[in-house]
Design a protein around this ligand. Structure first.
Ligand SMILES: [Zn+2]
Length: 310
């Protein structure tokens, strides 16, 4: 069998379960084009760490499922999935993961007959016992900003250190940022390539990220920062997007995805929620920014500037 990158594997084999998605059926990477580069980063020899800081509705769980599925099928390796709690990890295992295995015959055939299932370990960041297992080559740290603070953090570092025995280990961290206080995903992102999903202006063709600063709520559109023209969401999203790095980092690729890039977030609805949150005070607005834009609006001056009605 020809080796496929994670996105190629997903396009060929992955079925999205109707129990867990409003868009069941064959997976199409083209539906969330920003995911292609992120999925395939795991196949690059030079890349060891992948950091994804995002809004809450961008398809992050599907990313993890595609990584797990392609490794189970093509590159059996010990994989550890860490969720904020052991209950959530078990829920992921019995829910989303089981559904994927059931819907993809190539994966169903692997489970049961051989040792494949023992290569997946599910752990909770709140459970020391679940974190103390054998080393994993692939470590998926999901929603790390929801992990309990304190001594359990050391256990996560130990999980990462233990994977050192694999020269080709991969550490994937994903999270919506904490809306206030310390954000581990933000810190990890700032220590990465700091890539932004950029789209070409439909008028002048200049690439730029979907930036809150350029949004026009009344027109439900975004202004180009180069030529000033205004375009609605589909005009921007239909462009041929690409990731643009802001820093060099040999081992750690970091991606920020605003929910405004997601096909499941309507700008009109996002702006309506922004106005509602604004009426309900600062905390609500900070929560909105974290969940929708995947940004932490913690700096007071920045917050005041960004929260003004545009
Ligand atoms: Zn333009």
């Amino acid at each position: 069998m020809k080796f496929l990158t994670v996105s190629q594997w997903a396009d060929k084999y992955r079925m999205v379960s109707k129990e867990h998605s409003i868009e069941p059926g064959p997976w199409r990477t083209s539906r969330t084009p920003y995911m292609k580069e992120i999925m395939d980063a795991i196949n690059h020899d030079d890349t060891q760490n992948i950091v994804v800081m995002s809004g809450s509705q961008v398809g992050k769980t599907e990313l993890l499922l595609n990584i797990i599925g392609s490794h189970m099928h093509q590159e059996p390796s010990p994989v550890m999935i860490v969720e904020p709690t052991l209950d959530l990890a078990m829920h992921f295992s019995h829910g989303r993961l089981s559904a994927m295995v059931k819907e993809v015959p190539e994966l169903s055939a692997l489970i049961g007959g051989c040792h494949q299932k023992h290569m997946l370990t599910f752990a909770g960041a709140n459970s020391a016992a679940s974190l103390s297992s054998w080393p994993s080559r692939i470590v998926l740290l999901d929603e790390i900003d929801r992990y309990p603070l304190g001594d359990k953090e050391d256990l996560i570092s130990i999980v990462i250190k233990k994977s050192n025995v694999f020269y080709n280990r991969k550490i994937v961290m994903t999270s919506t940022p904490a809306y206030k206080g310390v954000s581990k995903i933000k810190a990890a992102y700032e220590n990465s390539t700091m890539e932004q999903w950029c789209l070409p202006c439909p008028s002048c063709g200049e690439y730029q990220p979907l930036s809150w600063d350029q949004m026009n709520i009344k027109l439900c559109s975004m202004l180009c920062k180069h030529c000033g023209s205004s375009h609605i969401e589909n005009e921007w999203r239909n462009g041929n997007g690409k990731w643009i790095a802001r820093k060099e980092n040999a081992k750690t690729r970091g991606f920020h995805i605003s929910g405004l890039a997601s096909p499941w977030v309507e700008w009109e609805e996002a702006f309506r929620r922004f106005s509602l949150a604004k009426e309900n005070g600062t905390e609500e607005l900070m929560l909105w920014a974290a969940m929708t834009l995947g940004e932490q609006w913690n700096n007071h001056a920045e917050f005041c500037r960004k929260s003004k009605m545009r």
